[in-house]
Design a protein around this ligand. Structure first.
Ligand code: SIN
Length: 328
């Protein structure tokens, strides 16, 4: 119902504003639009546009079209883009303590991850980002990583021996593979398809949404549902840029992100289940599932990775992992 003339405060149609008058936030990321991150970025942009009536415009650049993997962090720090949501493994090049999240079998499910990140120790990791001019706005899921390759089925951890496996830039991920005899290769996300096609690598680890959205499975014969590690994102802004925003805009962004985050978690779970079903049905890749018993064996095979982390950063981040907490 329309309000009467007296009480009506006409909303300004801020879409008429020029870019100089608007607040424009360029949000660059490297994955497809049909992934949990891609869809959450678009939803966030739509909600902000609607709620600020066009005063704040979030321009989303997916698939590395604006800045490629390996470039986006520098672009954010230079202020050339205002928002990114890199995989946590990539943040470890700045704050290596974050690689606790890369430890194999550190978490059983996404809820455990969220609880860890919200805990005091998780928040202390968040705070470390401030020293690098980064402002973190929560955590988004991609899901748990699986293993694919085209040499032979990976059923036992020793089957990884000798395989050239693509990883994100994280020393812990490198250690994860080298400790079981595989050869880790740090390769940008957007060139993984090409490197697989050229036979420069045998396999890779990633979440099902990333494996399917980039068609990586079409180049791979074997998939192991190992759920061996978490892949998630920190939506980040340049801290200086964040501080320059008006308080009411900061509040709008934070409140909207809280809502989008909940939605994104759910979406990541749904898309993962949906893609697994489709891959099972397509008969295009041979899928092997690790049993609970296998997982216990795999997890102990990765013990040296935990020692390696502890040697570098002490025990506190590991001790706070859910599997070392006693439940009452
Ligand atoms: C991403 O999900 O942002 C990319 C992850 C990767 O590099 O594998």
């Amino acid at each position: 119902m329309l309000a009467s003339c007296q009480e009506q405060v006409y909303p300004t149609d801020n879409e008429q504003l020029s870019h100089e008058e608007q607040i424009v936030i360029r949000f660059s990321h490297v994955v497809g639009e049909n992934t949990p991150k891609g869809m959450a970025a678009v939803k966030f942009a739509e909600l902000i546009k609607e709620r600020s009536r066009g005063y704040v415009e979030i321009q989303v650049f997916p698939n590395g079209v604006l800045y490629k993997d390996g470039e986006e962090m520098d672009a954010l720090l230079r202020g050339d883009t205002q928002m990114i949501a890199p995989a946590i493994s990539k943040i470890t090049t700045l704050v290596p303590e974050w690689s606790v999240m890369d430890l194999p079998y550190a978490f059983k499910n996404a809820d455990e991850v969220h609880t860890y990140v919200e805990s005091e120790i998780g928040q202390s990791l968040m705070t470390k980002l401030n020293a690098h001019n980064l402002y973190s706005m929560g955590i988004w899921d991609s899901g748990f990583k699986q293993l694919s390759n085209n040499i032979h089925p990976i059923e036992n951890v020793r089957d990884l021996n000798g395989l050239r496996m693509r990883i994100m830039p994280s020393d812990i991920l490198a250690k994860q593979f080298s400790s079981v005899g595989a050869i880790p290769k740090r390769i940008d996300f957007n060139t993984v398809f090409n490197q697989l096609q050229k036979g420069k690598i045998d396999g890779q680890e990633n979440t099902l949404t990333n494996i399917t959205s980039k068609n990586l499975y079409s180049l791979q014969d074997y998939l192991t549902i190992s759920n061996h590690g978490y892949l998630g994102y920190l939506p980040l802004m340049n801290h200086e840029f964040w501080n320059s925003l008006p308080k009411d805009v900061q509040i709008l962004l934070i409140e909207t992100l809280e809502e989008v985050q909940e939605w994104e978690w759910q979406l990541a779970e749904e898309l993962t289940a949906q893609w697994l079903k489709e891959m099972e049905a397509c008969n295009c890749i041979k899928i092997h599932y690790l049993s609970d018993e296998d997982i216990e064996k795999w997890a102990s095979a990765f013990d040296p990775v935990y020692d390696y982390y502890t040697d570098s950063f002490g025990e506190k981040y590991i001790q706070a992992l859910p599997k070392y907490q006693t439940h009452h």
